[in-house]
Design a protein around this ligand. Structure first.
Ligand SMILES: Cc1cc2nc3c(=O)[nH]c(=O)nc-3n(C[C@H](O)[C@H](O)[C@H](O)COP(=O)(O)OP(=O)(O)OC[C@H]3O[C@@H](n4cnc5c(N)ncnc54)[C@H](O)[C@@H]3O)c2cc1C
Length: 533
């Protein structure tokens, strides 16, 4: 027991606390039915009686997945292919469809459906076999060998082949229909997951307004899986200060917010934009600004702020050096490719504590893809004198009447003041797990702990360490599990590898069938024929 529950437990004694929870007499008798009583909120483990005494309706499922994004989708896909019936699975989510958040984030960060994403041809969230790959699919559809040729010669003689966003999303939609995903969805906002006395978990959900007459429900299940994505946007303190002080959310934006007004304004009058960050999102934003400049004959000037300027190949070891130049560190994907299935995957599985943190530090960092088109654009900007780079950190952003904003930068060679019209911050999404209500609650009440990167510590099976409840297990994949034995966990392929480990663990526990050769072949044929499971 941890946190407030531990304190209460010590004061009143475990058995007395349990009686309080069962009768509601101690703490919550005056609360309306369906409310979480203080007793429930404080207890690490709940009894069936305490939940029903609180007037919270209970639903039953074998396997609950919380989030309903790509991570939940691929996990459900695996379990359905492993033979788990729809009636055993419930997806608790505030989304209308699994690709909703991903499509929103890609769209605002300048990857519309017709653009190509970052991951490769075989990273198919809609196809656990990765075959036929996106390149094969495109070659067949367009009746051309060029995607196959690109895959054959990448990355030396051509950029990595990557699929178009629209193709990826259409595929997920098709597979969601095939596995009956919609029938498993329970719409609403999950409040918490608590261990159940006697085994399993209660997952508390506030139903979507208008979808239910009750205030909240508790889903009792043997197993729970969490893939809740990113807790929120990350705003660096200087930008946040500016936005709050001046109430100005127009001129200083995060790349993960809808900021189409910036491009619209620049089409009507020339302006200077400060782009902050050196990752793939910064590359996308630069691409949009530069393409608009060419397409509409604009006079946009760009100041690009790097915190660390990379001017050439870098890395500690001769065998793990990374390409770099003009400020950027280049890498096709967000980790070296062997993280998903090569020697790095095997090595990371053996590392714990400080050694694992060190390995993450060596292979991590901000990178972007080397794309020939982007290189040409930047070279043109440098030649034309309308694209400049600065290295340093922002000290302050201030406004002077109707003048453009002034950004004070602590640069490597002294302070610099840059007048700009817009700031687009491309430095990332918030990642502190305690910002997420359900994850924070698991740290306080669920027995969960943190990994060397400060996120949730999972086992090699993606079970959240310390949270087992009788015969029940709680699994986590996606951003919350980054820092574990598998670094690629917050990518399509990584989420599938996690789902495979979870399905294998469930099969090992006798809960679903193992996806062996025959099942795999039969299911693949069904996938090819678009036959419902
Ligand atoms: C701009 C961008 C581009 C990317 N490009 C690629 C790429 O090319 N290739 C690749 O492999 N990966 C890519 N990724 C990473 C990929 O999008 C993620 O790995 C994946 O979407 C994570 O899935 P998830 O289910 O963990 O999170 P999500 O898909 O975000 O789904 C989680 C959802 O859970 C819901 N949720 C959260 N809390 C609750 C709650 N309490 N109750 C109910 N619902 C809740 C939220 O709606 C949340 O969106 C990209 C990511 C971004 C941001």
């Amino acid at each position: 027991m941890t946190g407030p529950a531990a304190a209460i437990g010590a004061a009143v004694g475990e058995s007395q606390l349990r009686r309080c929870l069962v009768t509601r007499a101690c703490t919550g008798a005056s609360l309306p039915a369906g409310e979480l009583t203080p007793g429930l909120e404080a207890a690490d483990r709940w009894t069936d009686e305490a939940v029903s005494a609180a007037g919270i309706p209970v639903r039953q499922a074998d396997f609950v997945t919380v989030g309903g994004g790509i991570g939940s989708f691929v996990t459900v896909d695996y379990l359905r292919i492993a033979g788990m019936p729809k009636s055993s699975i419930r997806v608790l989510t505030n989304l209308d469809h699994p690709w909703q958040t991903y499509e929103y984030l890609t769209r605002v960060s300048q990857i519309p459906r017709a653009e190509r994403i970052r991951s490769d041809s075989a990273s198919r969230p809609d196809n656990i076999w990765g075959f036929p790959s996106y390149a094969v699919q495109e070659a067949v559809r367009r009746r051309t060998l060029s995607p196959l040729w690109q895959v054959a010669v990448e990355p030396v003689f051509a950029d990595y082949y990557t699929p178009r966003l629209g193709v990826v999303l259409d595929g997920v939609e098709r597979e969601a229909r095939r596995v009956g995903y919609r029938e498993m969805v329970v719409p609403g906002e999950v409040r918490m997951v608590r261990r159940r006395m006697g085994g399993g978990y209660f997952t508390v959900l506030t139903p979507k307004p208008g979808r239910s007459s009750v205030k909240r429900i508790a889903v009792r299940s043997r197993d729970v899986h969490l893939a809740v994505g990113y807790p929120g946007l990350k705003f660096l303190p200087d930008l946040q200060r500016f936005r709050l002080e001046y109430g100005d959310f127009f001129h200083v934006v995060n790349a993960y917010e809808d900021h189409e007004h910036v491009y619209a304004t620049l089409r009507h009058r020339p302006g200077t934009v400060l782009v902050r960050g050196g990752g793939i999102v910064a590359s996308r934003i630069l691409d949009r600004l530069m393409r608009d400049r060419t397409r509409h004959g604009l006079q946009t000037r760009i100041v690009h702020l790097f915190r660390t300027y990379v001017d050439g190949p870098h890395g500690r070891h001769p065998w793990s050096r990374r390409r770099g130049g003009n400020g950027f560190a280049y890498q096709g994907f967000n980790y070296p490719k062997s993280v998903w299935g090569g020697q790095l995957k095997a090595r990371m599985r053996r590392l714990d504590g400080e050694q694992r943190a060190q390995a993450y530090a060596e292979m991590g960092g901000t990178t972007t893809a080397f794309r020939r088109g982007w290189q040409r654009q930047l070279a043109e900007g440098r030649r034309g004198g309308w694209y400049h780079t600065v290295t340093g950190t922002v000290d302050e952003v201030c406004r002077r009447g109707r003048e453009p904003m002034l950004v004070r930068i602590r640069a490597a060679d002294g302070p610099v003041e840059v007048p700009v019209d817009f700031v687009i911050d491309c430095t990332g999404l918030e990642a502190d797990v305690t910002e997420h209500r359900v994850l924070g609650d698991l740290l306080r009440h669920g027995g969960a702990g943190r990994n060397p990167l400060g996120r949730l510590e999972v086992e090699r099976t993606f079970e959240l360490r310390g949270t087992a409840s009788g015969d029940g297990r709680l699994y986590v994949s996606g951003a919350a599990a980054l820092g574990g034995y598998f670094p690629g966990v917050d990518t399509f392929l990584g989420l599938q590898i996690a789902a495979q480990e979870i399905a294998d663990d469930l099969a090992h526990r006798g809960i679903c069938k193992r996806i062996g050769t025959t099942r795999s072949l039969v299911q693949w044929l069904k996938w090819m024929a678009d036959r419902e499971i």
